[in-house]
Ligand binder design. Structure first.
Ligand code: SF4
Ligand code: SF4
Ligand code: SF4
Length: 136
């Protein structure tokens, strides 16, 4: 059965960026946070809390429907799979994603969550977890 990443306990996030670094290191062989598919954002000010932005594993993904080149296709279990060779960096997918979970790396390629679970393993505050999903 496929799995997907879930933000299980957002209030436990302390903004340490361990998840982002783990994603960048593992999936892009990079130490730059821009290569992470999960994003931790502050809304400004110590009282305003942190936003944890990651793919919500849509079953009928708006990003894939919006992509004009077929570079994004639905993933078994939710979310999408990117075919780099078909992407022309038009960024239409980013606008179609309601949680704004798609951003672009230095080469203008979309950074897409592959639901590998690495970020969850590196979060020592149990903010993230992997859950089983229905097979499409
Ligand atoms: S940036 Fe790439 S993946 Fe996104 S909509 Fe354009 S072609 Fe598709
Ligand atoms: S990237 Fe956004 S629109 Fe696409 S599957 Fe994930 S949450 Fe849904
Ligand atoms: S599940 Fe994997 S690809 Fe997705 S944000 Fe976490 S580490 Fe990155």
């Amino acid at each position: 059965m496929p799995s997907r990443i879930k933000v299980a306990n957002p209030n436990r996030c302390i903004g340490c960026y361990s998840c982002m670094l783990a994603c960048s290191r593992t999936n892009a062989d990079s130490v730059s946070l821009i290569d992470s598919a999960i994003d931790i954002r502050t809304s400004g000010g110590i009282e305003s809390g942190l936003q944890i932005i990651v793919c919500r594993s849509c079953i009928d993904p708006p990003c894939a429907r919006a992509c004009p080149t077929g570079a994004l296709t639905p993933r078994n279990g939710g979310g999408v799979v990117l075919k780099n060779e078909l992407c022309d960096s038009c960024k239409v997918c980013a606008d179609a994603c309601l949680p704004r979970a798609i951003h672009f790396d230095r080469e203008d390629m979309p950074v897409i969550c592959i639901h590998c679970g690495t970020c969850a393993r590196f979060c020592s505050h149990d903010v993230l977890e992997m859950i089983k999903t229905e097979v499409l």
